[in-house]
Design a protein around this ligand. Structure first.
Ligand SMILES: Nc1ncnc2c1ncn2[C@@H]1O[C@H](COP(=O)(O)OP(=O)(O)O)[C@@H](O)[C@H]1O
Ligand SMILES: [Mg+2]
Length: 242
C-alpha cells in the first residue's frame, strides 16, 4: 500500500502533490484541499475538495479510456491518490469552449453566455511566472514547446473529450461551458495528463444558470465545498461518505 511520505515528495503544485514510487516510471498524484485562483493570488482550504476532484477525475479518465483516448492515469489507490505513468508535460494547455465565458469574454469585451456555433480550441503557454499567456499553434511550434503532430493529436483528443464530457453533463442537466486539459509525452506518443475536474471546467446548471465549478470560489458566489459535494452527488448518485 502506498503512503505519501515527505521523503518521496517530488513536486508540490497548487492543487496536487506528486510522489515518487518504487518504479521510476510511475508517480502518485495526491489531491489537496487547497483552492487557488488568479495564479495563486487567492487561496483557501476547501473541505474534501481533494477527495471529490480525485474521484471525479478518475471517473472521467476511465470514461476517456473507454472512448479510446490514452491518458497517464492508471488507477485510483486511495481517497485522494492516483497512480499514473510519469509523462513529460507538454507546456501547452488546451482550453475547449462551447460557450463564451471567463478570459475569452474579458479579452474580447463580450458578455458571458453566448453559445459558440462549434467548439473553440485555444492554447496557453503553461508558465506560472507569465500567468499562462495565450499562444497559437504556430507560436507553440516555433518556440519549440510542441511539435505540429503533437498539437494535432492534442486538438483531436480535446475535441473528443469535449464530445464525451458534454454528452455526460447534458444527461445531468448541466452545460459544459469550457474546460482545460494538459497533455504529456509517454513512449513517443501524446497522452492526456493531469486531471479532468471542476477546478479546470465551467459547469452551469441548465435550468438556472447557477455555476457549479471553481468560479464559485473565484467570484465569491457561495460555498465551494457545498457546490463540489452537490456535483459529486449528481455524478455518483450518493453523497460523499454516504
Ligand atoms: N502524469 C504526470 N507526469 C508528470 N507530471 C504530471 C503528470 N500529471 C500532471 N503532472 C504535473 O504535475 C503537476 C500537478 O500539480 P498541480 O497542483 O496541478 O500543479 P500546478 O500548480 O502546476 O497546476 C502539474 O504541474 C502537472 O502539469
Ligand atoms: Mg494544476
Amino acid at each position: 500500500m502506498f503512503a505519501p511520505t515527505p521523503d518521496k515528495l517530488r513536486y508540490e503544485g497548487k492543487a496536487k502533490q506528486i510522489y515518487a514510487t518504487d518504479d521510476p516510471a510511475l508517480i502518485v498524484m495526491h489531491y489537496k484541499d487547497d483552492a487557488t485562483a488568479f495564479n495563486g493570488v487567492k487561496k483557501a482550504q476547501i473541505a474534501d475538495k481533494g477527495v471529490i476532484n480525485c474521484r471525479l477525475s478518475t471517473y472521467f479518465m476511465e470514461m476517456m479510456a473507454k472512448a479510446g483516448i490514452p491518458s497517464a492515469f492508471i488507477e485510483q489507490i486511495g481517497p485522494r491518490d492516483q497512480l499514473c505513468h510519469v509523462v513529460e508535460i507538454i507546456p501547452v494547455e488546451v482550453v475547449v469552449r462551447n460557450v463564451v465565458a471567463g478570459s475569452l469574454a474579458k479579452r474580447l469585451g463580450v458578455p458571458e453566455g453566448g453559445r459558440l456555433a462549434r467548439p473553440l480550441v485555444e492554447h496557453f503557454y503553461k508558465s506560472d511566472a507569465l500567468n499562462d499567456p495565450q499562444i497559437n499553434e504556430d507560436g507553440a511550434i516555433l518556440m519549440g514547446y510542441a511539435a505540429g503532430w503533437e498539437l494535432a493529436a492534442m486538438r483531436e483528443y480535446s475535441l473528443r473529450v469535449n464530445d464525451a464530457l458534454r454528452t455526460f453533463w447534458d444527461g445531468l442537466g448541466v452545460d459544459l461551458v469550457d474546460f482545460k486539459l494538459e497533455f504529456g509525452r509517454q513512449n513517443g506518443r501524446v497522452v492526456l495528463a493531469d486531471e479532468i475536474s471542476p477546478d479546470g471546467s465551467r459547469l452551469w446548471e441548465r435550468a438556472t444558470g447557477r455555476k457549479l465549478d471553481k468560479d464559485v470560489f473565484r467570484r465569491d458566489l457561495g460555498d465551494l465545498s457545498e457546490t463540489y459535494r452537490e456535483l459529486y452527488q449528481r455524478v455518483f448518485g450518493e453523497s460523499l461518505g454516504g
